[in-house]
Design a protein around this ligand. Structure first.
Ligand SMILES: NCc1[nH]cc(CCC(=O)O)c1CC(=O)O
Length: 305
């Protein structure tokens, strides 16, 4: 236990994006609660071996490594990008807070806007959700699957290997690369991943004192919006493997939610909206997911973001 004595230990990956978002949360928590917070760098298998990462798959390996450190008590809590968290909660782990959300939108990184790219331009993204929506907007583009951190992807544009890449605005801001942005996509053009731009603080679920302390940084409107978005994803995961985009926000005391399920080849897209009372975020998400399934979302096969 380190609440009350000594600094809180915040486990973090060592990448620039991870340390920037962890330090931001640490500073905000100290300001709000007076508690000192110390960053504890954690090296995961995914950081050590790229081959292993490809084999085990995606971001799950980073999330799990940090959760193990929380459960063993080596660290008190961790900060994740919410969109990297599975929608089902891990045993023994609590989602203690969602801080105020950063810009949730996707951004085109390159010399200009999407409409300015020449016919057949090469655009890099590894996300089926982005691929499907890009293809719907610009069927002529050559979409190139890419992996790696944001810095590696941006270098492919600088090197001329690609004409543009699509990345999350929030991540670009955290690593100081907003100057690379040619266009920020309006959610009308491209719906973000559920939870994009939002952070999530996790700690042991049996540490009520710590959960209460971390809750100081929780932003209720953010939590309601991402609850609606992640509920859509959670329901669709049962009945559909197509790419899912969502965006929810409160306007005039109502929670507005839009979601899309898109065919990977861009040939078809189902897009629906609903609004309701902010306190009924989960119900709003469930209802919209049911409507998407009723309109054939489960027939738009592909892979998920
Ligand atoms: N899957 C990788 C990932 N996880 C979180 C972010 C950026 C920050 C965010 O979306 O909250 C990114 C990079 C990207 O999608 O461009």
């Amino acid at each position: 236990m380190s609440t009350g004595r000594g600094p809180l230990r915040l486990g973090t990956r060592k990448s620039l994006m991870a340390t920037t978002q962890s330090q931001g949360v640490a500073d905000a928590l100290t300001q709000l609660t007076g508690h000192a917070v110390e960053l504890v760098g954690v090296t995961t298998q995914g950081d050590v071996s790229k081959a292993l990462l490809a084999q085990i798959g995606g971001t799950g390996v980073f999330v799990n490594a940090l959760r193990d450190k929380i459960l063993s008590g080596e660290v008190d809590f961790a900060v994740h990008s919410l969109k990297d968290l599975p929608t089902s909660q891990a045993p023994g782990i609590a989602l203690a807070a969602t801080p105020p959300r950063d810009d949730p939108r996707d951004a085109l990184c390159g010399p200009g806007k999407l409409a300015d790219l020449p016919r057949g331009a090469r655009v890099g993204t590894g996300s089926p959700r982005r691929v499907a929506q890009l293809r719907a907007l610009r069927p002529d583009l050559e979409i190139v699957p890419i992996r790696g951190n944001a810095d590696t992807r941006l270098r492919k544009v600088a090197d001329g290997e690609l004409d543009a890449v699509v990345l999350a605005h929030a991540g670009l801001k955290r690593i100081g690369r907003l100057a690379d942005v040619g266009e920020v996509f309006d959610p009308d053009q491209m719906l973000p991943a559920p939870g994009q731009g939002s952070l999530a603080l996790e700690c042991r679920s049996d540490r009520a004192d710590l959960r209460e302390l971390l809750a100081a940084i929780d932003d209720a409107p953010t939590r309601r919006a991402v609850t609606a978005e992640r509920t859509v994803l959670n329901v669709l995961e049962g009945g559909c493997s197509a790419p899912v985009g969502t965006y929810a926000a409160e306007v005039d005391e109502k929670l507005h939610l839009t979601a899309t399920v898109a065919a990977y080849d861009g040939s078809r897209q189902i897009r629906l909206s609903a609004s309701g009372h902010p306190d009924a975020a989960e119900q709003l998400g469930r209802d919209l997911a049911a409507r998407l399934l009723a309109q054939g979302a489960d027939q738009l096969m592909g892979e998920r973001d």
